[in-house]
Design a protein around this ligand. Structure first.
Ligand code: ADP
Ligand code: ZN
Ligand code: MG
Length: 480
């Protein structure tokens, strides 16, 4: 039986985080009353002239540079003609022959394997409006259209057919989302449609170099749907070929309820769109100084920061990738270490107690009521042996809830760990006297009783005795 290999390329649409639309001054904000963010330009009324939004171009350049692309000093807006009710002009303004940026690449590491994923192009375009098929009393007969989204700035990112599994594709999309959010060019909100993915997939006999015929699965708006749709589509295509059939080039939709892809239409070709340069818009000129300026304002990217966390702080790979999920988390970590916390301890607290508390409070590292210096203060008390690890968890809760410092809470509540030998020895003596039975059992060889006695000493100490000292002194006292 022939083995088949999947080949996948993605086309991702990302809304650029700008205040206004790409060719007019209307608000680009999500969630307003329908048809309140509209004007003659984004409604495509006759005579209205588009004017390019500079901030959108800067964001697009920033994203393209982070994806390793070459920025072109001259790119062209074209009209992509098709009829659809959500497209009032009858064409979408998009870059076609001369896009803003081309030929980038990113490295994708999954399960210890690194793969290079080529970025074919990054181009600018406008979004269409939104057809509303549900939610009105007469929705069974009518479709409404909201043009607020019409003219919102997008970039389209097209990858080379370099991905080789559904899991690879989902991982790539996940990383790309994190990168765009990190750069501040996209809000990553997939439910609101700020980020959408079309997946192109074909299969070919393993080892073959020619590409098979592809199908395109449109509008996958979650990582899970992307992975499920691709897994289904790969199986479908392989089964079709093994049955002696052939794959037709077409556009398909993911039916998440049924768990399968369904044919939507045969694939349109570029010439169907009658692309031509938009006569209302001059070429987009981007000079080298502008590219340099944007490049030099680029933050350290997540991959680089992850590698630095491993190299400079000796963190395990896993911790480093957790702590570089967002700039706020990475910043918090570095500031905790700068305030004196040992890196691995800082990482443990952040990934454990802090992450949980933030999640419960609906906050994030950037808005944490407990700052890095305070966390470092708590960690220092544990490191010095002033408080035990279990007492520290309680102190953490109080710090998080009240904003007080660890020193303060430990002093006010008398939580300092008891390490003093004579104090602990006295507690041990008391416990041995009141639990003569247990002592006798222990001496008769029932060594499990030891744990019980430790527990009694800790209880007598209000949980504050240094556990190692308790163990040592108890052992000594029990020796015949
Ligand atoms: P189209 O002209 O049909 O839009 P493109 O060549 O522009 O096709 O490619 C669109 C996307 O499809 C890209 O992400 C590309 O990597 C991917 N792609 C192209 N050919 C194949 C193929 N045979 N199998 C899988 N993906 C493909
Ligand atoms: Zn407008
Ligand atoms: Mg194409």
């Amino acid at each position: 039986m022939i083995e088949y290999e999947p080949v996948i390329g993605l086309e991702i649409h990302a809304q650029l985080l700008t205040a206004t639309k790409i060719f007019c001054g209307c608000s680009a904000a999500f969630g307003a009353e329908p048809n309140t963010h509209i004007c003659p330009v984004c409604l495509g009324l006759p005579g209205a002239l588009p004017v390019l939004n500079r901030a959108a171009v800067d964001h697009a350049i920033r994203a393209a540079l982070a994806l390793g692309c070459t920025i072109h000093d001259r790119s062209i807006f074209a009209r992509k003609n098709y009829f659809y009710p959500d497209l009032p002009k009858g064409y979408q303004i998009s870059q076609y022959e001369l896009p803003l940026a081309t030929r980038g690449a990113v490295e994708l590491t999954r399960d210890g394997q690194t793969r290079r994923v080529g970025i074919t192009r990054v181009h600018l375009e406008e979004d269409a409006g939104k057809s509303l098929h549900e939610g009105f009393v007469d929705s069974d007969r009518k479709t409404y259209v909201d043009y607020n989204r019409s003219g919102v700035p997008l970039i389209e990112i097209v990858t080379e057919p370099d991905l080789r599994s559904a899991a690879d594709a989902a991982e790539f999309f996940t990383r790309l989302r994190a990168l765009l959010v990190w750069l501040g060019v996209n809000d990553g909100n997939m439910e609101e449609g700020s980020l959408r993915c079309d997946a192109n997939v074909s299969v070919r006999p393993a080892g073959a170099s020619a590409l098979g015929t592809k199908a395109e699965v449109k509008n996958l708006n979650s990582f899970r749907f992307l992975e499920q749709a691709l897994a289904y589509e790969i199986d479908r295509q392989i089964a079709e070929l093994r049955d002696g059939g052939r794959i037709v080039q077409e556009t398909r939709l993911w039916d998440s309820a049924a768990g399968r892809t369904i044919s939507m239409r045969s694939k349109e070709e570029a010439h169907d769109y009658r692309y031509f340069p938009d006569p209302d818009l001059p070429a987009v000129a981007v000079d080298a100084a502008r590219v340099r300026r944007i490049q030099s304002a680029m933050p350290e990217l997540p991959d680089a920061r992850r590698r630095r966390f491993v190299a400079a702080f000796g963190l395990p790979e896993y911790d480093a990738s957790q702590l570089t999920q967002s700039p706020a988390v990475a910043e918090y970590f570095e500031r905790t270490v700068a305030a004196g916390a040992p890196p691995k301890q800082a990482a443990n607290w952040m990934m454990g107690e802090l992450a949980r508390a933030l999640k419960d409070a609906g906050a994030d590292a950037g808005s944490s009521p407990l700052g890095p210096a305070q966390l470092a203060g708590l960690i220092a008390l544990v490191e010095k042996g002033t408080i035990s690890g279990s007492i520290a968890k309680g102190v953490f809760e109080t710090m998080f809830a009240t904003g007080r410092s660890a020193d303060d809470i430990v002093a006010a509540e008398g939580l300092t760990q008891i390490s003093d030998e004579s104090q602990i020895a006295a507690l041990v003596a008391d416990v041995l006297a009141t639990h003569a039975d247990a002592v006798a059992q222990y001496r008769a060889g029932k060594t499990t009783t030891f744990g019980f006695l430790v527990g009694q000493v800790m209880k007598a100490a209000g949980g504050k005795a240094n556990p190692k000292r308790v163990n040592d002194l108890l052992k000594r006292a029990l020796e015949p």
